[in-house]
Design a protein around this ligand. Structure first.
Ligand code: IVH
Length: 658
C-alpha cells in the first residue's frame, strides 16, 4: 500500500509538472482525476501516510489564525528603476566604469508579488513573502496550492529560489465575472488580486484563485558551482522550476533596446501582466564587483514601460476652492482603472489649461497615470465628438460663497477673495491639522468639515478648545470615549511641535514647508519672525521680496494676530526646538542640487542637513550651483552638471565635506 501511495504521489506530481510548468499534458483529465481520487481515499483511510509533498495538499484546507514571520537568510531586495534610453545608458556606463565588459540577461518584469521558496532534501518546506526585505510572512500553506510551484524538485538538495507569484489576466476576468454576478466588489488588478489571494487564511480560497509562479533568482549560486545568471536559470529549470521562456542573453545596448521594444509590443498579448523589463548582469563575478546599495543590487535594474493611457468620458468639470481662495477646475470622469487604481477625478489646474486643450464636457478623453503620480488628462479625442459636447465656461462667482472671482495681477488663476468664505476656512483648518503641518492624528478632512459645520472648530484656536465640546462629541455617531480621548490627546500633543510646523500650519501665502523651516531656524521664536522687517527677511538666502511681503502682510492683519496670540495663550509652543545651525564653510552660502536615489539619506533628510550647515538646495542645475550630489540612477541633472562643469559629489564626498 505504501508503495502505491508513493507511486501515486510521483505520477500526479509529474503530471502537474508536465501540464502546468511545461505546458505539455501527458495524461487525460479523467485519468488525472481518478488518480487524485485514489490518493485522497488512501489518505482518508490511512492519515498516518500523508506526506507534506502530497498533491492533495494543493487543494488547501488548513485554516490559519495568522501568518508566522520568516527572516530571510539573504535580504530580499527590490530593484532600482530606469525609465528611458539615457537612464539605461547611464546604468550601462556605471558598469563599464568598473572595467566590466557587460552582457545582460533580459527578463520580463512580472507584475505580481515576490516569493522565496525553501527546499530541504528536495522538498518544499517554506514559502515566504518579501515583507520589508528582512522579514516576510510564512505563506507555505497557500503556496502549496500553486500548481506551478513544485512540491518536490528533481534532486534531493537544500536550495532557496525566488520568483514572482501572479494571477493570469484570464483568471482575474473569470473571478470578476463571478463577483459581479454575486454583487461583490471587483478585484482591481491582477497584482492586488494575487497579493490578496496569498494572504487568505483559508488556503482553500487561495487554491480557488489559481495563482501561478515564475522563478527568476537563485540567491546562493556559488553553492551550486554556478558562474552566470543564465546558468542559474537553466539549473533552476532543470530542477523542475518554471522559468520564463522570454529570458534572453544580450551582448550590447542595441540588443537590449531591441528586446525592450519587442516585449513592449508583446505586452498586451501575454496572458499575464508585465510592467517592464528586468536587466541583470550575466556574470556572477561581475555582479560581485558591482555589489549592492542598501535597497538595490547595483548589477540589475528594472526598465519600466511608459505609463498607460486609457480613454474615458469627461462627465463634468467642477470647481474647488482652496484655502487661499484659489479656484481649480477638476475633471469628473467616468471611473476607469489604470494600472490598479480607479480614477474618478483629475485636476485641470486652471482656465488656461482647459482652454488650451479645448476640453468639452461629454468629450472622450485620454487619461494617463504614472506610478505614484497624480492622474492627468492628456487630450480630448476630437474624432469622437458627436456635436453634443458642452464647451467649457469658466465660472465668474465662487461656487460656495458666490462672491465674484478675480485674478491676481499677472497670474492665470482665479481667486475667491472673500475672507469669510466657508470653504476657505475649512481648507485652512484642514491644512493646519495636516501631517506636514501640526500633524494632528485622527482629524481627517471630513471630520474637520463636520466640526466646522457643527460650530466646534471655526478658527485655529478652536482646535485647542475642542475639549470643551467633549460632551457634544460623545453624542455624535461613531465616537466612543476612546476615540475622543485619543483625538484630544493628539491635539494636546501637537502643542509641543517645533516652530517650523506652526509657521507652515498658519498657511501664510507663499510660505511652504521648506521656507517655514528656514524661517524657524533663523528666527527661533515666532515673536522674532513677527518683528522682522522686509529688509532683514530678504537678506536670508531663499527668501525673496514676494515671500517677505507676504509674511509682513499676514502678521499685519489683526485677525491673524488674534489667532497667533490666542494659540500662544493656549500653550502652543512658538519656539524652534530642532537642531541648531552650525555653519560649515563647505556649505555656507552655497547651493546644492540632489539627483538620484541616495542610500543613507532621504531627500528631506539631506536637504535639512544642508540647511543646518548654512547651505541651500535647489531643484535645478545652473551655473550658480556649487555642487551636484549624485545618488543611484541619477537623472538629467547629472548630465547637465557634467556639461556645465559643476563639481559632482558622491554621497561619500558629501560626508567627507561635513
Ligand atoms: S529580480 C535581487 N526579476 O520586481 C533581484 N524581479 O521592482 C531581485 N520582479 O521585488 C529581483 N519580475 O518582485 C526580478 N524577472 C524578474 C522580476 C522581478 C518581477 C519584481 C520583484 C521585485 C520587483 C522590483
Amino acid at each position: 500500500m505504501l508503495e502505491r501511495y508513493e507511486e501515486l504521489i510521483k505520477i500526479i506530481n509529474e503530471a502537474d509538472y508536465n501540464y502546468h510548468t511545461l505546458d505539455k499534458p501527458t495524461i487525460t483529465d479523467q485519468e488525472y482525476d481518478s488518480l487524485l481520487r485514489e490518493l485522497f481515499n488512501l489518505e482518508a483511510e490511512h492519515p498516518e501516510l500523508r506526506r507534506s509533498d502530497s498533491p492533495t495538499q494543493r487543494a488547501g484546507g488548513k485554516i490559519l489564525e495568522g501568518f508566522g514571520k520568516v527572516t530571510h537568510k539573504i535580504p530580499m531586495l527590490s530593484l532600482s528603476n530606469v525609465f528611458n534610453e539615457s537612464e539605461i545608458v547611464n546604468f550601462d556606463s556605471r558598469i563599464k566604469k568598473e572595467g566590466i565588459d557587460p552582457k545582460y540577461v533580459c527578463e520580463l518584469k512580472i507584475d505580481g508579488l515576490s516569493v522565496s521558496l525553501q527546499y530541504e532534501n528536495g522538498k518544499l518546506v517554506k514559502a515566504a513573502t518579501r515583507g520589508d526585505g528582512v522579514t516576510g510572512e510564512d505563506i507555505t500553506e497557500n503556496v502549496k496550492t500553486i500548481k506551478t510551484v513544485p512540491l518536490t524538485i528533481k534532486e534531493p538538495i537544500d536550495i532557496e529560489v525566488r520568483g514572482e507569484i501572479y494571477m493570469s489576466k484570464k483568471v482575474l476576468e473569470e473571478i470578476n465575472e463571478k463577483r459581479k454576478e454575486n454583487g461583490l466588489e471587483l478585484l482591481q488588478n491582477a497584482r492586488n488580486a494575487a497579493a490578496g489571494s496569498i494572504r487568505q487564511l483559508d488556503s482553500k480560497v487561495a487554491a480557488s484563485r489559481k495563482l501561478e509562479c515564475w522563478i527568476y533568482h537563485l540567491p546562493n549560486p556559488e553553492d551550486y558551482g554556478i558562474s552566470t545568471h543564465m546558468e542559474a536559470l537553466n539549473y533552476m529549470k532543470h530542477l523542475g522550476f518554471r522559468v520564463n521562456p522570454n529570458n534572453k542573453l544580450v551582448n550590447n545596448i542595441d540588443e537590449l533596446l531591441q528586446y525592450i521594444e519587442e516585449k513592449g509590443s508583446l505586452r498586451d498579448d501575454l496572458p499575464y501582466d508585465i510592467d517592464g523589463v528586468v536587466i541583470k548582469l550575466n556574470s556572477l563575478p561581475d555582479q560581485k564587483i558591482m555589489g549592492y546599495t542598501a535597497k538595490y543590487p547595483r548589477w540589475a535594474t528594472a526598465y519600466k514601460f511608459p505609463a498607460k493611457q486609457v480613454l474615458t468620458k469627461l462627465v463634468d468639470i467642477i470647481f474647488t476652492v482652496g484655502r487661499t481662495g484659489q479656484i481649480t477646475p477638476n475633471a469628473v470622469l467616468e471611473p476607469v482603472i489604470i494600472q490598479g487604481s480607479t480614477i474618478r477625478r483629475a485636476t485641470l489646474h486652471n482656465e488656461d489649461y482647459v482652454v488650451s486643450k479645448d476640453l468639452r464636457i461629454g468629450d472622450t478623453v485620454s487619461i494617463r497615470k504614472a506610478a505614484e503620480v497624480i492622474p492627468e488628462v492628456v487630450e480630448a479625442i476630437k474624432e469622437r465628438r458627436t456635436g453634443d459636447e458642452k464647451p467649457f465656461e469658466m465660472i465668474k462667482f465662487c461656487p460656495i460663497c458666490h462672491s465674484p472671482l478675480m485674478k491676481k495681477e499677472g497670474q492665470v488663476d482665479y481667486y475667491c477673495f472673500n475672507q469669510g468664505c466657508d470653504r476657505r476656512h475649512i481648507e485652512g483648518l484642514i491644512h493646519f491639522a495636516s501631517r506636514k503641518a501640526m500633524n494632528i492624528d485622527g482629524l481627517g478632512d471630513q471630520i474637520i468639515e463636520d466640526f466646522y459645520n457643527l460650530g466646534f472648530i471655526k478658527r485655529f484656536t478652536d482646535f485647542y478648545k475642542l475639549y470643551e465640546h467633549k460632551k457634544d462629541l460623545t453624542e455624535l455617531e461613531g465616537y466612543g470615549d476612546k476615540s475622543i480621548n485619543n483625538l484630544l490627546n493628539a491635539i494636546e500633543e501637537s502643542k509641543n511641535n517645533s516652530l517650523e510646523r506652526l509657521i507652515f500650519a498658519l498657511g501664510i501665502p507663499n510660505v511652504g514647508e521648506k521656507t517655514a523651516k528656514i524661517l524657524a531656524m533663523r528666527y527661533e521664536t515666532l515673536d522674532n519672525l513677527i518683528n522682522a522687517d522686509i529688509e532683514e527677511l530678504t537678506s536670508i538666502p531663499d527668501i525673496g521680496g514676494i515671500i517677505a511681503k507676504s509674511i509682513k502682510d499676514y502678521f499685519s492683519l489683526s485677525f491673524n494676530m488674534e489667532q497667533v496670540n490666542g494659540l500662544k495663550d493656549l500653550g502652543v509652543n512658538t519656539t524652534y526646538t530642532g537642531e541648531k545651525v552650525v555653519v560649515n564653510e563647505n556649505f555656507s552660502g552655497k547651493t546644492f542640487v540632489i539627483t538620484g536615489t541616495l542610500v543613507k539619506y532621504t531627500r528631506t533628510e539631506i536637504e535639512d542637513k544642508i540647511a543646518l550647515l548654512g547651505g541651500k538646495t535647489s531643484s535645478s542645475v545652473s551655473k550658480k550651483t556649487s555642487a551636484v550630489i549624485v545618488g543611484e540612477n541619477p537623472g538629467s541633472k547629472y548630465d547637465k552638471a557634467k556639461e556645465l562643469g559643476i563639481p559632482i559629489w558622491s554621497e561619500e564626498d558629501f560626508e567627507n565635506n561635513l
